[in-house]
Design a protein around this ligand. Structure first.
Ligand SMILES: *Cc1c(COP(=O)(O)O)cnc(C)c1O
Length: 380
């Protein structure tokens, strides 16, 4: 063994995160902010394998803490799907289904707005990928009616829809695709990394065979942690048990989120179950943000209109114009926002970016709208 370099180790002794008291608009982070209940678990459950004291061989069956109730009662009811497992994240859930259902060389059919991790999961599973393209700028809508012809042409083993996608926050007609997939008798996986935990999602209502969730994206969990829901028809395949180790589920490598990521997910869940009931208000807030910002000449929302999700992709020529004259150049926007207590945009970005208004209080929303409007009014 070689000694790690002293200077390198020193850097690990000095971990700070400059986040307290700031409003973070990064869409990937807003839904993963811990609840007070989850924060209280951090120290007590932070040790490695902390949930394993009373394990009898299967994570989902542990009674103390009540992972069994969470896994086998609360989550299946919440998602209206037969069986649920906690995983290490949305991508792991997707890979699990692809690997369990398909053989190398099989084809799966994705939407053109799919997340990169869906594509990489398919690559790892050795699958061929076909895509139903979006209608392009400025809406980038996925028309699910187009799946029918593509299913006939490509004969996929599995169909996937991103609901909503992580680039535009578009909400495609998942229930419509559910019907199409039923007609063709091909399983449908809905990637709900950006929806489960923010809004009500029901596999039954949407006609999905698989639901994918991300705890750190949308369920107020530290993560990495995710969910995989399956209908009875497929649960036996994706959650099949090892022949040698009778309690271990093979596709989950025997165990998944064994510790704090799962505890924070469980501790936040009562709040999450409550917050999804107020989704209308979140959509209203996003629409209000768009209305107010588009009053500025040179700011335009892209993606479907009106918004049906808290994610807001913007084209912001107005900020780009300022950056050309500002003494901080393209870093001005980051600094101006930070000075007003707002973070979440990458330093140096001015032309286009995404924000999320998820879970902002009315006061915070007001503050954010005013900040962007004031900054856009800077004249040089
Ligand atoms: C964030 C995101 C993911 C990745 O989620 P992980 O839980 O981190 O794997 C997958 N799909 C979409 C659409 C996402 O937005």
């Amino acid at each position: 063994m070689a000694e790690p370099k002293k200077e390198s180790l020193q850097r690990l002794c000095d971990l700070h995160r400059d986040a307290a008291g700031l409003i973070n608009l990064n869409p990937i982070q807003r839904g993963g902010i811990l609840t007070e209940a989850a924060k209280k678990t951090l120290l007590e459950w932070g040790d490695g394998y902390s949930v394993c004291d009373y394990c009898e061989g299967c994570l989902g069956d542990i009674k103390k803490p009540p992972i069994d109730v969470f896994t086998h009662e609360i989550l299946p009811e919440f998602l209206e799907i037969d069986a649920v497992r906690v995983t290490n994240g949305a991508r792991e859930s997707k890979y699990t289904v692809m690997h369990a259902l398909c053989e190398k060389g099989d084809t799966i059919l994705l939407d053109g707005n799919r997340h990169y991790s869906t594509y990489v999961a398919a690559e790892r599973a050795g699958l061929k990928v076909e895509e139903v393209p979006s209608n392009g700028p400025p809406d980038y809508r996925i028309d699910v009616e187009k799946y029918a012809a593509e299913i006939e042409r490509t004969k996929p083993k599995l169909v996937l829809l991103t609901y909503p996608d992580g680039s535009y926050g578009n909400m495609p007609d998942a229930a419509g695709l559910g019907k199409i997939c039923r007609d063709y008798d091909v399983p449908l996986m809905l990637n709900c990394a950006y929806s489960i935990g923010r809004m009500p999602v029901s596999a039954k209502k949407l006609g999905a065979d698989f639901l994918i969730a991300s705890g750190h994206k949308s369920m107020a969990a530290s993560g990495p942690v995710g969910l995989l829901g399956a209908t009875e028809e497929y649960a036996g395949i994706v959650f099949r048990k090892s022949e040698k180790y009778k309690k271990k589920e093979v596709e989950l490598l025997g165990c998944t989120a064994r510790g704090l990521p799962l505890i924070t997910l469980m501790a936040s869940f009562p709040s999450v179950a409550e917050r999804v009931k107020h989704w209308d208000k979140e959509v209203e807030n996003a629409r209000r943000f768009v209305r107010e910002l588009e009053k500025v000449e040179g700011i335009k929302q892209v993606g479907e209109r009106p918004r049906n999700h808290d994610m807001i992709p913007l084209e912001t020529e107005a900020f780009h114009r300022i950056s050309e004259k500002h003494k901080k150049g393209r870093f001005f926007l980051y600094h101006e926002l930070k000075n007003r207590g707002i973070v979440g945009l990458k330093p140096g970005i001015t032309k286009n970016f995404k924000v999320s208004t998820y879970n902002l209080t009315d006061e915070e929303l007001e503050k954010v709208i005013n900040a962007f409007t004031e900054i856009a009014a800077i004249s040089l």
